[in-house]
Design a protein around this ligand. Sequence first.
Ligand SMILES: Cc1cc2nc3c(=O)[nH]c(=O)nc-3n(C[C@H](O)[C@H](O)[C@H](O)COP(=O)(O)OP(=O)(O)OC[C@H]3O[C@@H](n4cnc5c(N)ncnc54)[C@H](O)[C@@H]3O)c2cc1C
Length: 376
Amino acid sequence: MQIFPSKSECCGCSACKQICPKGAIAMKPDSEGFLYPQIDVSLCIECGACQKICAFQNGYEKNHSKTAYAIKHKDFNTRFTSRSGAVFVALSDYILNKKGSVYGAAFQDDFSVSHIRATDRYVRDKFKGSKYVQSDMKDTFKSVKNDLNNDMYVMFSGTACQVAGLKRYLGKCDTSKLYTCDIACHGVPSPIIWKEYLKHCEKKFCGKVTKADFRDKTIGWNTHKEAIWIDDNKHILNGYTYLFYEDDIERPSCYNCKYSNLDRPADLTLADFWGIDRVVENFNDNKGVSLLLVNSEKGSRILNKVIGNIHCVECDLNASIKSNPNLSCPTAKPDSREDFWDFYYKNGFEKTFKKYYNKIIIKKIKRRIMNKDEVL
Ligand SMILES: Cc1cc2nc3c(=O)[nH]c(=O)nc-3n(C[C@H](O)[C@H](O)[C@H](O)COP(=O)(O)OP(=O)(O)OC[C@H]3O[C@@H](n4cnc5c(N)ncnc54)[C@H](O)[C@@H]3O)c2cc1C
């Protein structure tokens, strides 16, 4: 039995693994470090549940985005420690206050990223901040179902493909207490490259990684630099960021994303409000503004419940998404992707990083010379 015809048709959401009645499927990393389902044929009964559940190949329940809002959490520190305007914290606080559970992407001890369950603010706060690497779903879909069956309120946050996978997995389960948030997504990078990059930093600065932030806000919300702490000393860097935006390290299915449009799987879509100054005057203080798309009645209801904790301005939908390309189309697969990986397999990370980092710097210098508005 084959679950997916090619790598560009599997987003790794793991719904197939979690639905298998015989536990015959395991998620295993390929040579790029992305997880794919693998069937143990000795356990498989060929029931076809794994093929039927796939939202990426069979489609998903679409909620068309209806309204857009510019949002800033009223608490400055909460906003400062979140990626954009901390709308996610405001929404998930509501669920926690109802003694519900919240699911999201968190760093593990080794700085890999997995989805976990939170029932208090301490654990939920681990979801704050974008982690530019694919999150391992583990068995969170099963856990969401269990919580819903126990009549709990649940909020699930993740990429649109993860939310679509969850919804298909839940099928006819009562989801009246489930609230979903998907994020605008440029594509999820390879966990192997992230791991290699951390090793590179440890070698360069002679110590151990003690903290990581994919996008450090201390120099402003719209500046994209990462911060890596080695033995608690902070280093502001741009190497991983540059690799991310060259698009060679994204999952193959990201270039074939089915969700880069306004037909969203979730009740709410969270994004950075790029281009805010064009849409709302005097709202941007360069500390972070969220763009929130409300895609369902349920999404609208929960937004009304949290309105006291946020500054919120309704905006024109089309104007609001104009500077956010991945809400209109997937990231294009670069011609260089195959060469990047071939070079990495043959030469290892250090040489690959050096080659591609230098190439990016030269490209940026050239663009600067040609008088384009580019910051190194
Ligand atoms: C891989 C990736 C690509 C992104 N691409 C875009 C983009 O193209 N345009 C744009 O506007 N914004 C992008 N974002 C940022 C995203 O829009 C922000 O997470 C969002 O603005 C929420 O901001 P906040 O301040 O409310 O959230 P925060 O409080 O910072 O919460 C972050 C939320 O993101 C989730 N999350 C973090 N990392 C991951 C991950 N690896 N996988 C799944 N979920 C994760 C958490 O579960 C949490 O719900 C991207 C984020 C990621 C992780």
